[in-house]
Design a protein around this ligand. Sequence first.
Ligand code: 4AD
Ligand code: MG
Length: 427
Amino acid sequence: MEKDYIRAAFSKNEGEKVRLAGWVNTVASLGKLLFINLRDSSGLIQVVVKKDKINSVDFDEIKELGRESSILVEGEVRKDKRAPGGVEILAQKVTIASSSSKDFPIRKGVSSKVLGNYRHLSIRSRKFSKLLLIRSELLRLFRDWLIRNDFKEFSCPTLITAACEGGATLFELNYFGKKAYLTQSSQFYLEAGIFSLEKVFTLQPSFRAEKSKTRRHLTEFWHLEVEEAWCDLNGIINLEEDIVADVLKELDLKMGQEIRSINPNFSPPEKPFKKITYDEAIALLSREGIKVEWGSDLGADEEKALVNIVGGPVFVTHFPKKTRAFYHKPDPQRDEVVLSNDLLFPKVGEIIGGGERISDYNVLLKRIKEEGYSPKDYSWYLDLRKYGSVPHAGFGLGIERVLVYVLDLPNIKFAIPFPRTISRIYP
Ligand code: 4AD
Ligand code: MG
């Protein structure tokens, strides 16, 4: 098939002969004239079909086309102020590639449940196309940034045998008669990877059996995880700040117009971000009348309040040990807290969790036992501390959470083409 098609949103000159390929949005009939509103991945364009310029059998067929029918158009560009985009195509030939069934289920006013049930069709909307284009660009920019900064992409398994982030949110499955799980995080495998490549990352789904319905949790989300050898808490915080601030600035440069058509108030956050300890965080909250018992984790409401108090993105560090997974390194100055950090953002709260890892074999073994896990399940992970351990740190960033922030989405389910939540696994 020849592919010299021009996109709807590309600029065109008066009189130019063009070929377009796309999907019919609407066909309006005005006697011997048809106005087709044609959609492709770039946008919309008006195609005018004149009865006397085209075979009349074709004309009648085009007139009857249902929404989403796919067609190929050859024609001439005409400037017309009334047409959306200022130009229209006067068709000389229209070929119907596939006529759509007339009962396209997505119409104005359908409920959000119906839109969700037909997500495989609703992603064709202009708004979704833009959103998915922004998402695609965000993924590319994160990868590019890491590769530019000497990180290597390291692929990790999805099927695993032991929890990284606690047993409560593990999806269990039967692996040829043995228990296995869907990974909650690729961190442990990235930690193995640093001994081979030193600076590694992966961008792949993580799974959490989140049993509650919230606007910021998916059961399957895209997780950008980074791990670096010879790195400590400060080193990883600086890296998180650089990658997030740089990538959002680049995203704004590349996609600013599309972003603002969805969230008019977006502006990329400036570094440096504020940095406070957990202790400072609960003191700030307490001043606002929000009581957090020392040792409790911060929830979505506390995170939101903190971001408001600070007035922008904020790193919270040194969380109490009991609020964090066993692998976090205890602070040598104060054993009850760990060298961890969360990065909190407006609109969504935590977008990153990270920190320095325990690099000592005995300390790790003790923490595994304290948390009630079996050292046998973590035998290979312990090996990493047995054979030439190094200080190291890393983080995980939720791609959809970043998109909720950038686009001010009312719910995280809009940040991914096919969301998975407690109440949705279809389509
Ligand atoms: O804070 P989390 O649980 O940290 C980890 O998994 C570490 N092992 C990561 C690492 O250090 N390599 O998750 C990291 C980030 C969160 O900050 C959040 O952005 C996102 O992953 N996330 C979720 N996003 C959507 N839905 C969920 N259920 C999420 N759970 C975590
Ligand atoms: Mg976290």
